[in-house]
Design a protein around this ligand. Structure first.
Ligand SMILES: O=C(O)CCC(=O)C(=O)O
Length: 287
């Protein structure tokens, strides 16, 4: 596919992105794909991988575990999905979604993270609100006309039709203003200005790391499943792997390999700061 064929934001989407700070894209995955990925999420929880470990690790760091709770309705937060199935690799530059990422971010980008989260139903989790990018990004705010530093695509694998069902909850416009962080006014999913977004399995929410967001509590009686895929400007590093395993690289297209950090030459000072000369051409080639 050439650049001229690439899907781009409509005027309405461009306005929503600039002002609200997120897009709701309907039906990005079809029903078969939703079923497939939901089954994969159930499968990978029985396999070794990275899961959060508050006891052993500093905040936000993941530990290698033998498996998560095998109950498909239980909590799971698995990172670094690509090695689990070719379909997780192909989702990196999924047609219909990746074109929009390119339109928003420009071609000098990398893939930075993959994740599957299951929010179990229950009363113990109150939800939480944050920016992505750890301690740094919440202090970096871009303007309406700027390209974002980093972006997340969140695919719903479960219908969200009622409040407090684990909805993706946003503070529209919060990507461009400071937020109270250490007081009783700290944002949470039921604070004034919070919007719990309803959606169907297969829909995708696209948002910059700078947007205040997070999961609402899930009291729906059913586990809520999502996949999360992150992209960053090339000078910002990926944060899911030291380097992608060769077995994953071997299964990638040239564009996927480039997104995973293969520049086509060995690293040297200046790499990633400036892009390879064919960067734009590679980003606009789908295979
Ligand atoms: O909805 C979730 O489970 C977490 C989503 C989120 O806040 C994030 O991906 O940063």
């Amino acid at each position: 596919m050439g650049e001229e064929d690439a899907r781009v934001l409509s005027d309405l989407q461009r306005e929503q992105w600039a002002i609200d700070g997120y897009l709701h894209l309907e039906g990005v995955l079809n029903a078969d794909e939703v079923g497939f990925f939901a089954d994969q999420v159930d499968r990978i929880r029985t396999l070794p991988g990275y899961e959060p470990s508050r006891d052993q690790m500093p905040l936000g760091h993941y530990a290698w575990v033998d498996h998560a709770d095998p109950d498909p309705e239980a909590f799971m937060d698995r990172r670094d999905l690509l090695a689990y199935h070719q379909a997780f690799i192909d989702l990196v530059d999924r047609p219909g979604l990746f074109d929009l990422v390119l339109d928003i971010m420009g071609p000098y980008i990398q893939f930075s993270m993959s994740q599957a989260i299951v929010r179990e139903s229950g009363d113990s989790f109150p939800g939480y609100t944050h920016t992505d990018g750890g301690e740094a990004q919440r202090h970096v705010r871009v303007t309406e006309t700027s390209r974002p530093i980093a972006v997340k695509a969140m695919y719903l694998l479960t219908d969200i039709t009622a409040k407090d069902s684990g909805a993706f909850t946003v503070f529209p416009g919060s990507h461009m203003r400071p937020f109270p962080q250490n007081s009783e006014r700290r944002p949470h999913p039921h604070a004034p200005g919070a919007v719990q977004l309803m959606g169907k399995a297969g829909d995708c929410f696209l948002f910059p790391h700078a947007l205040w967001h997070g999961p609402a509590p899930n009291r729906s009686g059913t586990a809520r499943k999502t996949l999360l895929y992150n992209y960053c400007q090339m000078f910002v590093r990926w944060y899911d792997f030291g380097a992608p395993p060769q077995e994953v690289m071997d299964r990638c297209t040239p564009r996927q390999r480039r997104l995973l950090g293969d520049l086509g030459y060995d690293f040297r000072p200046g790499s990633f700061f400036y892009a390879p000369q064919d960067q734009e051409a590679v980003m606009h080639q789908s295979s």
